[in-house]
Design a binder for this molecule. Structure first.
Ligand code: HEM
Length: 273
């Protein structure tokens, strides 16, 4: 059974509620299934905490990411969407450029397509080789950072550049990025699985095994929280309530890094000759 929640309060409550957790991926020996089974994103409990710490410890300083993104994006031959992942690949110490492999792996990693495709498994093995050559949790953490970052941060860049073209000169780039995350989120939904039967005010009885889709795009336009929600307004006073980076114990640990990468990229594009 699936339940979709669209209100800001309901989404925030589920993200803070220990009776719900991510849809976990089991351990596997190689390829995409190995990656999903070895990263924090699809782990629960103490395994999640340990793997999240491993990933967080690898994160490069945001200021470095911003500067590198600005330099790369100033080149008119570079596609802005691909700048964040390319910068991260280098900053995480990969032995060679692997952003194409990251792009190949991304849909299956998030479960949007069937796993088990051999070219996707080969791309994962390429990524392992570009880091250490061993399938360790540490290597999975580095690859996981790249896959988590790639589409979401590239998507933020593309959407913010579109917003700047549509509503030019209205606000600083940081404010345009923040409102873009609310108005047009690159990650529009999250999922949780209910672990125990219980009653919830407003939703009735929820049974274990129910998959809850958290519609972040809708929650970010909840009129109880955001006044005139369908209007793009980079001057909103409460953009800290935007849910696009999640909230609670699994909130995105790469938030500051994503914002630095996106800001640097947009700044570089704006400074093109
Ligand atoms: C605009 C860009 C980004 C958005 C919108 C975004 C959003 C999210 C969200 C919503 C989650 C939580 C998913 C859930 O609770 O089900 C998440 C998790 C995560 N994100 Fe991001 N993210 C972005 C960029 C990044 C970047 C740049 C990095 C790293 C460099 C990163 C690393 C991670 C990791 C490692 C997790 C898993 C955390 C855990 O397992 O506890 N993300 N992200």
């Amino acid at each position: 059974m699936t339940l979709t929640l669209t209100r800001h309060g309901d989404v925030t409550a589920i993200l803070a509620d220990r009776r719900f957790d991510v849809l976990a991926a089991p351990p596997a020996p190689h390829g995409l299934a190995w990656l999903r089974g070895a990263v924090s994103r699809f782990s629960r409990g103490t395994l999640h905490a340990r793997r999240r710490d491993l990933a967080t410890a690898l994160l490069p300083p945001p200021a470095h990411l911003r500067a590198a993104a600005t330099t790369m994006a100033a080149d008119p031959g570079v596609t802005p969407h691909d700048v964040p992942v390319t910068v991260l690949v280098a900053a995480l110490g990969a032995r060679r450029a692997v952003h194409e492999q990251v792009a190949m792996v991304t849909p299956g990693y998030f479960g949007r397509v069937q796993t088990g495709l051999s070219d996707v498994d080969d791309a994962v093995e390429d990524l392992v080789d570009a880091f250490d050559g061993e399938r360790t949790e540490q290597v999975a953490a580095a690859i996981g950072l790249l896959v988590q970052a790639h589409e979401a941060t590239g998507g933020l860049v593309t959407r913010a550049l579109a917003a700047l073209r549509r509503w030019p000169g209205t606000a600083p780039v940081t404010a345009v990025l923040a409102e873009t995350l609310r108005y047009d989120p690159p990650v529009p939904t999250m999922r949780r699985e209910c672990l125990v039967d219980h009653d919830r005010p407003g939703q009735g009885r929820i049974t274990a095994g129910t998959v809850v889709v958290l519609d972040v795009a809708a929650a970010n336009r909840d009129p109880d929280v955001f006044a005139d929600p369908d209007r793009f307004d980079a001057g909103r006073p409460n953009l800290d309530q935007v849910l696009t980076f999640g909230s609670g114990p699994r909130a995105c640990p790469g938030r500051d890094h994503a914002l630095a990468l996106a800001l640097g990229t947009v700044e570089g594009v704006l400074h093109r000759d």
